[in-house]
Design a protein around this ligand. Structure first.
Ligand code: PLP
Length: 383
């Protein structure tokens, strides 16, 4: 397929060929605006309905509670801002965690500048929150609790069912950023008392620039995007029909494959973790048990610079990501690795590998060998 080894699937995934095939007619033939009244457009509407149905089925939700967006960031921003603006009478306090994606953290910072108050829950060395701390943090004026379903850097899977129960009992709405969790973690919005859930197609072999927000009916939420009243008046803008169709196809494939895929990923991940941990001065960041995404390996090497490692891996045809980057002359360290207490030196030498169903055992072996060589070489240069 490609002449490089792609191990950055938390950043984005390869789009399935069947997804592309499903999308093609909606660019080349059935390209009308779905709001037009000719039969052509009715077909577009029913194609979008199929995606709504499959997304709802995956989450145990009602199809009418699925709203299409331009991806995860929009869904998250809509849930967070929309809920607080729509429920001003309830209060101006929110609860979240220190390990959320920037889509959440920056939306919360935006609200803080407007006088909202946010309590950020600390996490332990595996990225887990303390549920009793969550209970203590929720107040009568807490409008929303926003806690991710799974972390994109260290793969921690958060206990959605317990979080949902606490939020429901204490009268706060619950939003979860499930961008990394869809297909990897079983989610049932009813059983888990989830009121809002954000997802993004490009993380599960669908197209970029399309996602959805699950929005429990009956809850008042302000619109984020105003205009032509598409999506039943909740999210304006001409629908990305081909993207939505592609997301539906990707979800269908995911539902058919998820058990087998997660089993395979777990064994590849264990192979990669074991191999990398044999390198002297290495350390796994994040959870070690079943509360870790099946495709995530986040590992640090002492005495090396992660960015230099990344560049050397890139030269060897291996694509991954690191927990620190040099931006405009300053070192930008991962807030997630900081939150779980990783020391500076280990943050500097951290790498994240995220697998997909397209990765093979021999790629994992080659990665282990190459990382070993590159780390040794870097250490020699650094001495
Ligand atoms: N939330 C998490 C946990 C993510 O990993 C990402 C993307 O990396 C996002 C949100 C943003 O999603 P999108 O790229 O679709 O805007």
């Amino acid at each position: 397929m490609t002449d490089f080894i792609y191990l950055d699937n938390a950043a984005t995934t390869f789009m399935d060929y069947d997804v592309l095939k499903a999308m093609e007619p909606y660019y080349l033939e059935k390209y009308s605006n779905p709001s037009s009244i000719y039969s052509f457009s009715r077909e577009n509407k029913s194609a979008m309905k199929r995606t709504r149905d499959v997304a709802a089925k995956l989450l145990g939700a009602k199809p009418k509670d699925i709203y299409f967006t331009s991806g995860g960031s929009e869904a998250i921003n809509w849930a967070i801002k929309g809920v607080v603006y729509g429920n001003e009478g309830k209060g101006r306090h929110l609860v979240s965690t220190r390990i959320e994606h920037h889509a959440t953290l920056h939306a919360l910072e935006f609200l803080e500048k407007q006088g909202y108050e946010v309590t950020y829950l600390d996490v332990d060395e595996t990225g887990q929150i303390d549920l009793s701390e969550l209970s203590r943090a929720i107040r009568p004026d807490t409008v929303l609790v926003s806690i991710m379903a799974a972390n994109n850097e260290i793969g921690t899977i958060l206990p959605l069912k317990e979080i949902g129960r606490i939020c429901r009992e204490m009268g706060a709405f619950f939003h979860t950023d499930a961008v990394q969790a869809v297909g990897a973690v079983e989610i049932d919005v009813e059983e888990m008392n989830i009121d809002f859930l954000s997802a993004s197609a490009h993380k599960f072999h669908g197209p970029k620039g399309v996602g959805f927000l699950y929005l429990r009916s009956g809850i008042v939420i302000e619109n984020l995007i105003h205009g032509g009243n598409q999506e039943r008046g909740r999210r304006s803008g001409t629908e990305n029909v081909a993207g939505i169709v592609g997301m539906g196809k990707a979800l269908e494939i995911l539902m058919a494959e998820k058990e087998e895929k997660n089993g395979r990923l777990t064994s590849l991940r264990n192979q990669l973790t074991k191999g990398l941990l044999q390198i002297e001065g290495s350390r796994l960041n994040g959870p070690k048990g079943v509360d870790r995404l099946p495709n995530n390996v986040n590992i640090s090497f002492s005495g090396v610079d992660g960015e230099a490692l990344l560049m050397n891996l890139d030269l060897a045809g291996i694509l991954a990501s690191s927990g620190s980057a040099c931006t405009s002359g300053a070192i930008d360290e991962s807030h997630v690795l900081q939150a779980i207490g990783v020391e500076k030196e280990y943050i500097r030498g951290s790498l994240r590998f995220t697998l997909s169903k397209y990765n093979m055992e021999d790629e994992v072996e080659k990665t282990i060998e190459t990382v070993k060589e590159v780390v040794m070489r870097q250490r020699k240069i650094g001495r």
